[in-house]
Structure formats: structure tokens, C-alpha cells
Design a protein around this ligand. Sequence first.
Ligand code: ADP
Length: 430
Amino acid sequence: DVAVPGKVSTRFDLEKVTELRFEVEAGEAAEQVELELLTGMAEVFGSELNRNKKYTFGPGSKIAVFTWQGCSVNLYGKPEVAYVSKDTPMLLYLNTHAALEQMRKQAERDNERGPRVMVVGPSDVGKSTLCRLLLSYAVRVGRRPTLVELDVGQSGVSVPGTVSALCIERPADVEEGFSVQAPLVYHFGSTTPGTNIKLYNKLTSCLADVFSRRCEVNRKASVGGCIINTCGWVKGSGYQALVHCASAFEVDVVLVLDHERLYNELKRDLPHFVRVVLLPKSGGVVERSKECRRDTRDEKIREYFYGFRGVTFYPFSYEVRFSDVRIYKIGAPSIPDSCLPLGMSQDDTQLKLVPVTPGRDLTYHVLSVSSAEDGDEGARKGIVESPVCGFIVVTNVDTQTQVMKVLSPAPRPLPRHTLLIMDIRFMDMK
Ligand code: ADP
């Protein structure tokens, strides 16, 4: 085999049903690590590796190379850690996939709908990874499942602060994950559901409606079912949001990762026909620090504007007059019930569109461009429930000339003029 020039290579011979776990050092200066399958067969989170192809993993990557039959692989470069583990829950995960596939077969036979699965658990237990695995296994046997991403902190589909749905048509790319084409994305605006739980639940219902309507007209989507990834917030309102999601999507299966109490609570609170299954987490899942999460979020926004790996995007920077756009924040600060106008409830305030007067403090904020038609006051009603068509970042505000400068993936003009402000900020260091 041809080594990677200037890099040490380390060979690992894996027995069957074991995995090689490795982490690439984080940080700008860190060196990438290449992986090559030499003999046998292996997969990374459900996607098969090609032999004698070098896969590159960048700073901060945490990878498991799993083999059912045994294999040997080479790593080029210096991973922060690399070890082989015999102790993996992969067999249980595969059995879960087999059970879901059984349900799809039955749905096909009986002209019913396929399994709707919700994956829950605290943060850093491998929820996203399990979703990816189950989706990749499903497409590999010819299904067309849908990924529903409800993790507003670490979205695998769009920028942070959004919820979304994506039809999965091919297994995740080993290096890049799922190809994200034409996702359905809604604006939430912050990285934790707690900032506006009413809005969060509302958007969950919106996604469920759209998915159900698609299932009515698309048999493959219906049989394929969906895999819903959720937030790691599993207490209080976070728990209520999970129960709400289960009911909105009419889920059939809930996979609880590594949290016995949550498992018992859901078994108690969900209808009896919902199958709640407790699964162990993989010992390989790595806990991420606050900083690490923030960096990942930042990176996700950077990718949106500048592309990643082989693909480079060239975003545009242009000026937008305040008078040409309408900027809103969703949700007014809550006020005591006794002070609410007659006939108004707390729900109304959380879903209310509050006009934002552009000022200096708008700088660096990420704004969603709503797909809602630019219209009069009447049209405002549908904005919360309209998907977004893209994102911009405010890079400068000039209150004197009433103009703001924005970073945008497309040249001017903006496709729509209704903008929704996020709590999330992005400083463009390029
Ligand atoms: P969650 O969605 O529950 O927050 P993730 O699925 O994002 O957790 O997993 C956290 C991190 O652990 C990710 O970087 C993922 O690549 C890594 N990871 C998951 N499973 C393994 C494993 N078996 N070996 C090594 N790393 C893993």
C-alpha cells in the first residue's frame, strides 16, 4: 500500500464484531487523519468503506470503524486516541434495525404506514449517531426514510437554531454525512428549546403535518417511516416536548439511549401501543465540552456560507436598506397572566411576531429569510409556520444611513423581505 507522505501509519487488525475508535485532535492547527481499509469489510456509522480508498477526517472528528466479519485498516497521521474495543452495542442496534425493517415489510403488505421512530436520551449518548446508523441501514435495503432533526443545538441538517426534515435517499457519506439537498427547515431562533417551548412544540407539529401529508401521496416515504432525533433536554418542559413530539408524529417506537428513568417515564406516559425500548449507549461516544459544542455550531454556520471539504462557496456581501425589509423576533417576553389583555393567553405571546427596529445590536446576528410571501399585515399570520429559504448574517449596521450590510449565500436581491432574528451570532473571521 502507498503510505501518505510525511505521515506515520499504524495498522490495526480487527477481529469480527469489534470496532476501532479514534479521535482527531481538535483545533485549527491539528493534523487530519486518513483511514484506509486494507482487507475485509468495515463500516463507519452504517456506511460501508471501500477498500484501498483513503478517507480523511478533520480536527475534532470522533470515529468508530466497525466490522462484522473482521478486517484490517491503516491510520495515517497521529490521532489523539486510537484503540480497538470488543464491547459495542452494535448487535443490539442491528437488531433494532431488523425489527424496524420487519415493520416496514408488514406496512408494505397491509398497506399501512412504516415505523415512526423517536430517538431520545441526554446529550452525548450517541443519539445522532444511532439515527444516522438506522437511516443508512434502511436506505441500504432500499427504503426511503425521513430524518427529522429536532436538535436545535446541534443540527445535522441545517444551521443551529432550526428544526428540519430531510428525505434520505442514499447512505451517509463516510466523511461528510448525509447529502443535504432540499431539506425542509423552520426557524426556531436559539440553541435550546427552553427559550420558547411553545414555538418549539408548534414547529414540531408543523413538521409532523408536512411529513404526514407527504406520506399520503408518497407510498415509499410512508413505508420508509421516519427517524426523529431529539434534544438532550429530558426534564421538565424538555420531557413534555418529547411527549408532544410522540403524539404529533404518532410515533410507534421510542428508542431511549442510556437513561432508565426517562425510559420508565415514557413507558408510563405514552399510549400502550407505543413500543418504548431502552438501549445502551456505546462506550465510544465522547462527551463534548461547552466550547466544543459552540465550535461545532460556529463551524456549521461557516459551512453554510463557505462550503466544506472539497466544495468552496463564495458568499456575497451587500447592503440592505432597513426600509426594504421587515425584521421580527418570534415571542414577546412573558408577562404575568394578570397583565395579559383580555382573551389573550401566554401561548399567544410566545408565538407573537415582535417587530425589531434595526440597531447596532443587530450586528453579527444570524437572520432566517422566511419563505412567507411579502404581504400586508394579514400575511404576517403565516410567518411562524412558514419554512425558511435561507440565512444571512448582519455584518454591519449604519443607523445614520439606515442601511445594514449582510453576508448572504446568494447575490442581491434578497428572495423575500421577511427576516426572523436568531439569538445566535456568527463572527466572520475570514
Ligand atoms: P448525541 O446526539 O447524543 O449528542 P452524538 O451521536 O452526536 O451524540 O455522538 C457524540 C460524538 O461521539 C460524535 O462526535 C460521534 O461521532 C462520536 N461517536 C459516536 N459513537 C461512537 C463510537 N462508537 N466510537 C467513537 N466515537 C463515537
